[in-house]
Design a protein around this ligand. Structure first.
Ligand code: SAM
Length: 414
């Protein structure tokens, strides 16, 4: 199903392919993030149980200028993982940029599909072990239909990484969209509308909430594409935790991780024991909804999910052969950042959270290299005099603390 608004959306992403990317930057850096980081897929979708040698067939639906496609295809190539990543989008302009990024990187594991994700059922494309859909569902005429379309090409035992907008962290966005619709109606050309928005932004009243909202900077640093996508988008809607949960549930999906898990836990924000006790009675979705409302800073929700009846288990960090791996961190640096009181401070969009680590974490963290198993790490530390029981307890606590910030994960078995 498409409508006039959807046609305008298609026009937007031809005029301003999103996000703004210069393919020449590929020689300088790899854009990484969630969802669809290969380490996260291994851990949160497949429970660190799917062998790395099994080909991974992935789809990036609404791939835009290619961030997730390039990241995943590059990570698979670097780690010698077989399979392919299919980029799918309607936009010709986005396709041109994404393809050039892949060419500069010499990536040969990408399939290009220019079409609507709504046409997937019955298309013969797929099935896919993993599907990314980041920042797309909330623009569709019927997000539930879009999600059903994706589920129709999800292989048995597969999973997804999804991102949708969240309302509280976007405070100011929808009132600005309202103001701009009045000054630059959607039937004007994208260029005319952008011109109006730029003029308005120059004299934004000091009371406008967007001026006080520092949880994103797309309208300031994202170029024309960023400003248009945020403030002139012909259709976007934001989902609270309960609303997004319902969308997923109705599509037959179950969340394995809200990214980052600690952000969806209200406990660090409620140190008062009387209030803490109330949390015990809440189910995970209620707790996540409370965390969202309390923090007030979430501009997006990112989840990994699998079919509701899929028996994927949480990875077991205490197994002898479990191989911990960092996400863009190194153990030496992390160990040095532990403060004298045993805590690490992490900051999520302005929200500071102190994570408590056991004293032995400083000895364990530098030994994590993405190849050593937990048993090997224990053996090395035993050689330095650490008792196995002390290691077991410290490792349990260390892993539990750091997996909640999505920084230590378990690697796929070889
Ligand atoms: C906000 S961009 C997100 C791009 C990318 N996923 C990212 O996160 O960087 C939304 C993308 O969805 C695409 N899109 C919108 N509706 C679509 C549809 N029905 N089928 C395929 N792509 C669609 C647009 O062309 C655009 O590239």
């Amino acid at each position: 199903m498409t409508d006039a608004t959807d046609q305008r959306l298609a026009g937007q992403y031809e005029a301003y392919p999103y996000p703004k990317r210069d393919p020449r930057d590929e020689v300088k850096r790899l854009v990484v993030g969630s969802p669809s980081h290969l380490r996260e897929i291994d851990h949160w979708v497949f429970g660190a149980a799917r062998p790395a040698r099994r080909p991974l067939i992935a789809l990036v639906a609404g791939g835009g200028t290619g961030d997730a496609t390039i990241m995943l295809a590059q990570q698979m190539t670097t780690l010698g993982r077989t399979g392919a990543v299919t980029w799918l989008d309607r936009s010709t302009a986005a396709l041109t940029i994404a393809r050039e990024r892949a060419r500069i990187r010499n990536l040969t594991n990408i399939v290009w599909e220019q079409r609507s994700l709504l046409d997937l059922p019955g298309s013969g494309i797929g099935p896919f072990d993993y599907i990314d859909c980041c920042g797309v569902l909330h623009h569709l005429p019927d997000p539930a239909e879009g999600l059903r379309s994706l589920v129709s090409v999800l292989a048995p035992g597969g999973g997804m990484g999804l991102m949708v907008y969240a309302p509280h962290g976007r405070t100011g966005v929808y009132m600005m969209q309202d103001a701009l619709r009045r000054l630059a109606p959607p039937d004007e050309t994208p260029q005319q509308r952008l011109d109006v928005a730029r003029r308005v932004m120059k004299h934004l009243p000091e009371t406008q909430w967007l001026r006080h909202n520092h949880f994103f900077d797309d309208h300031i640093n994202g170029g024309d594409a960023g400003l248009y996508d945020l403030l002139l988008n012909p259709r976007d809607r934001a989902y609270t935790v309960p609303e997004f949960s319902a969308l997923l549930r109705d599509a037959g999906l179950r969340v394995t991780c809200w990214v980052e898990p600690i952000r969806y836990d209200p406990a660090p924000m409620l140190p008062d024991p009387k209030l803490r006790a109330k949390l015990d009675a809440m189910d995970p979705t209620e707790r996540a909804a409370l965390a969202e409302a309390l923090a007030g800073n979430m501009a997006v929700h990112i989840v990994y999910c699998v079919r509701a009846d899929d028996p994927v288990h949480a990875p077991d960090p205490n197994a002898e052969t479990a191989v911990p791996v960092f996400r863009e961190l190194d153990g030496e640096t992390l160990a040095r950042s532990i403060r004298p009181d045993g805590t690490l401070t992490v900051v999520f969009d302005g929200l500071r959270i102190a994570i408590a680590l056991p004293p032995l974490a400083a000895a364990i963290l530098p030994l994590i290299n993405g190849h050593r198993g937990v048993g090997q790490i224990r053996a090395i530390l035993a050689g330095r005099g650490m008792k196995p029981e002390a290691f077991a307890q410290a490792w349990r606590q260390t892993f539990a603390a750091l997996v909640r910030v999505n920084r230590v994960l378990l690697a796929a078995p070889v």
